[in-house]
Design a protein around this ligand. Structure first.
Ligand code: UT7
Length: 328
């Protein structure tokens, strides 16, 4: 047991106002509301306005998380922004958020682990706090996937949405907070979900734009199987480590990738619907933002009570995946 346990002290979220429905998408690509709902569970997703950026929503979510934690920006010693949709290639979106918050005591950096970014960020924050290197750490998951989605590609454009969620972590009494986590990756699957243009392999040029290399490409069907297996296995591993079983889990908050993925993972783990939080119907897949947005909704709705066991699980591009168990 660590000398200093780390837990979540406050959460926040921020979503764009504009709603993109399945009916809207029917006018853009050859798809149908029936196909999208039955294959993904998504009915609508939020899309940012042209003048809004990832750091805008990240900052709003962070301010709400700080307020919920009863802390000031100057209390923060570290800011981690998990994103695959940075405002710019350079500098980090975390630094832009740090400036807007006025968190002058904090180091800030971005973390690229796609949909697993929030769990990777929590794992990092846990290590800093347990080791005594930081007292308060802000972890943000913020994505404007609409800026990188090809709205002529029905295989991706129906899935993704925009938004941000955040959590402030700090010291909690032993036995509470983060109890166990496991984060993993397998780069052999890198090209199942990727955005090839604009980096060193294909620097931005007229040709990369003409060939649509600045958009996300996804082999969804192949990802699906790896996602279900890895999320279910990792949850089992962390529960085993704690000598607990899926029946001990009060609330399972998975990455909202696809309702069918959540259902398949839940079936493998024997966790019934009442103990699973799902909001994909309204948000779509918001990558690293999906777990903190879902968690903040749970907190707001009073679905999380002190002493309860929460489990998060995620899977995303890389591929990366992970799971975490917390005592609230
Ligand atoms: O966030 C973490 C990383 N991402 C994921 O984990 C995503 C995981 N994958 C998925 O969520 C699903 O694979 C998708 C929702 C992306 C696709 O669902 P699927 O059931 O795996 O469909 P599929 O790709 O096997 O395609 C089945 C059929 C194909 O037609 P044919 O070849 O059977 O005639 C597709 O062309 O559905 C067609 N299709 C569509 N039809 C209507 C693909 N996208 C659409 C669409 N509307 N939007």
């Amino acid at each position: 047991m660590p000398t200093q346990a780390a837990g979540i002290l406050g959460t926040g979220r921020a979503l764009p106002n504009q709603v993109l429905t399945n009916t809207d998408l029917e006018k853009m690509v050859e798809t149908s509301d029936e196909w999208i709902v039955s294959r993904t569970g998504i009915r609508e997703r939020r899309i940012a306005a042209p003048d809004e950026t990832t750091s805008h929503f990240g900052t709003l979510a962070a301010q709400r998380a700080l307020a919920a934690a009863g802390l000031k920006p100057s209390d923060l010693e570290l800011i981690i922004c998990a994103t695959v949709c940075p405002d710019m290639m350079l500098p980090s979106t975390a630094c832009l958020i740090q400036a807007r918050l006025g968190a002058k005591q904090a180091a800030a950096y971005d973390l690229v682990a796609a949909c697993s970014g929030f769990i990777y960020g929590l794992a990092t924050a846990r290590s800093f706090i347990e080791a005594g290197h930081c007292r308060y750490v802000l972890v943000i998951g913020a994505e404007l996937l609409s800026r990188f989605v090809d709205y002529t590609d029905r295989a991706t454009c129906v899935i993704f949405g925009d938004g941000a969620g955040a959590a402030v972590l700090g010291p909690v009494e032993n036995g509470r907070g983060i109890l166990a986590h496991r984060i993993l990756s397998d780069g052999d699957y890198a090209e199942l979900l990727y955005n090839p243009g604009g980096g060193t392999r294909y620097p931005a040029s007229e040709t990369t734009v003409r060939n649509r290399l600045h958009y996300i490409k996804m082999r969804g069907n192949e990802l699906f199987k790896v996602a279900v297996r890895s999320m279910a296995d990792t949850v089992t591993q962390i529960l085993d480590e704690l000598h607990l079983s899926p029946s001990d889990v009060d609330l399972f908050v998975p990455h909202q990738a696809n309702q069918r993925i959540t259902d398949a993972v839940a079936e493998r783990l024997h966790i019934e619907r009442e103990r699973i939080y799902a909001n994909i119907e309204r948000t779509g897949n918001t990558s690293s933002a999906s777990i903190p947005i879902a968690l903040d909704e749970c907190v707001e709705a009073g679905r999380v009570k002190p002493g309860q066991l929460l489990v998060f699980a995620s899977f995303g591009a890389g591929v990366t995946w992970g799971a975490m168990a917390l005592r609230w």
